[in-house]
Design a protein around this ligand. Structure first.
Ligand SMILES: [Zn+2]
Length: 116
């Protein structure tokens, strides 16, 4: 993909655990994400989201993708189109949520470092 700064990478093999609850999920996505510091400075970066059966429950796009994984244990070529449209919808939701996730990730880091 060559769309400037908008490359989304899905990871199906051994995705990282959910950053919110630490549980496993069937897929994760990495996407460009910039955020604004308190100073107003723009910080470009990459964010990662894991589709989580616990945290993402009741979110329609996530539910559809989770349902897809529940039915399709492996991804067949004929199902790629469905998978792509479902995952694109979920990634769009995950990206819209990035501010809270950034905050949670920061808090997680701080709690790991014993600062909380
Ligand atoms: Zn979770």
């Amino acid at each position: 993909m060559s769309e400037e700064g908008d490359e989304i990478v899905l990871q199906l093999a051994d995705p990282p655990n959910c950053p919110r609850c630490g549980g496993p999920g069937p897929v994760s996505a990495r996407f460009p994400h910039s955020w604004t510091k308190a100073s107003g400075e723009q910080v470009p970066g990459i964010r990662e989201a894991t589709l989580c059966p616990v945290c993402d429950r009741d979110e329609p796009a996530a539910d559809k993708l989770l349902a897809f994984f529940a039915v399709h244990k492996t991804l067949k070529p004929s199902e790629l189109e469905t998978f792509h449209s479902l995952s694109a919808a979920w990634v769009a939701v995950a990206r819209a949520r990035h501010v809270d996730q950034q905050q949670l990730a920061d808090e997680y880091e701080r709690s790991r470092n014993g600062e909380l």
